[in-house]
Write a protein that binds this ligand. Structure first.
Ligand code: NAI
Length: 341
């Protein structure tokens, strides 16, 4: 079978990870085109990844007849418009999270996606493709934990990434900490419980990095949620983790509980020396979710070849954004927000 020819838009912090995976780690596809505003990034794609077509204008790329599929890794505010353009030009589309920042725009995008069922659409909730989360999901589906009553989720970025984050947040709107970070946990809550969130109350605080105030971002945010069946979720998102990249999830059920990555361990090595007994930590998202990013890209290409849709849909994108926006609103108004489902 012919290789699926992919064009990528965005070659920044995450775009480079996806581009390298598509060029080197995913069989059955060829990374043939790349689009970015930054010329050095395009030069890198040609030189290091063998990309044949480069663009600074996204619409030009999606018009290219050589491209079968598009990977969207541009800033979040562009996703909806770029998904629609690619769909309308007959391409299969993978989009990074969040699907968009505005509910009306997301609903219009969902309609375009639904009107073209023969084209694959996938959203980048890569934790669903992480081995540990998949194992945990299977245990829940097998009833090992009984009925889920509470989830506790931590997603805290490393302090070492602060400088690059301030640059990223200053360059374009990320949607804020609940949209940018907690959205992964929001998706996990919906995925594990198979229930919708009905109420949220969110709080936040900046202490260590006043420069975050200037770009309208939070160092730490917390949200408490009630689901439609009275189950609960507690989410913590942050930008100031000194030991590395801390993503931890706890599920509490009527028959048992489990934790995914209770300590964000790098590997199986334990060092015993004058510092004590030390386990190294994963340091950033490309490291912690390396396999998950490869697995989700493989699934996208497999869906195109096998003419089926992946499990993560535009509707998951809409619902997660709705909940993240409710968190933002709750933080800004200091009120409990009820979500209409
Ligand atoms: P970044 O700011 O590092 O890179 C953005 C890239 O997009 C640059 O190459 C820039 O030239 C390009 N770009 C910007 N506007 C464009 C336009 N209109 N047309 C064409 N190219 C354009 O951003 P980063 O951190 O790589 O994030 C990109 C997306 O990936 C965001 O939506 C973010 O939410 C998501 N992301 C997801 C993660 C995950 O865990 N799944 C982790 C990090 C980011």
């Amino acid at each position: 079978m012919e290789k699926i020819k992919v064009g990528i838009v965005g070659l920044g912090r995450l775009g480079k990870v996806h581009a390298k995976n598509l060029a080197e780690n995913v069989q059955g596809c060829q990374l043939i085109a790349a689009c970015s505003f930054v010329k050095e990034e395009l030069d890198y794609a040609v030189r290091e990844l063998g990309v044949e077509e480069t663009y600074q204008d996204y619409e030009e790329m999606v018009k290219s007849p050589t491209i079968d599929a598009v990977f969207i890794v541009s800033p979040s505010g562009f996703h909806c418009e770029q998904i629609q353009l690619a769909m309308e030009h007959g391409k299969h589309v993978f989009s990074e999270k969040p699907i968009g920042l505005d509910l009306a725009e997301i609903k219009a995008t969902e309609r375009v996606i639904q009107s073209r069922p023969e084209q694959v659409f996938m959203l980048g909730f890569m934790r669903r493709y992480d081995d540990s989360y998949r194992y945990a999901k299977q245990l829940v589906e097998d009833g090992e934990l009984g009925e889920l009553t509470l989830m506790r989720c931590y997603s805290i970025d490393p302090s070492s990434g602060m400088e690059s984050f301030v640059k990223f947040a200053g360059a374009s709107d990320s949607g804020g900490i609940f949209m940018d970070m907690s959205i992964h946990d929001i998706d996990l809550v919906r995925w594990f419980t198979e229930k919708e969130v009905s109420k949220v109350w969110a709080l936040g605080k900046n202490a260590a990095y006043p420069e975050l105030d200037k770009v309208g971002e939070l160092e730490t945010g917390a949200a408490m949620m009630q689901l439609e069946n009275q189950a609960m979720a507690i989410l913590v998102a942050g930008r100031n983790c000194h030991h590395g990249y801390h993503v931890e999830t706890e599920l509490i059920g009527t028959k048992g509980m489990l934790r995914v990555a209770a300590a964000p361990e790098k590997n199986l090595v334990t060092i015993m020396d004058e510092k004590g007994v030390v386990r190294a930590c994963s340091q950033d998202f490309p490291e912690r979710f390396r396999e998950a990013f490869v697995n989700e890209a493989k699934e996208f290409i497999a869906c195109i070849k096998e003419k089926r849709q992946p499990q993560v849909s535009a509707y998951d994108g809409l619902q997660s954004t709705k909940i993240a926006l409710a968190c933002k609103q709750s933080f800004e108004t200091n009120e409990l927000i009820t979500i209409e489902n």
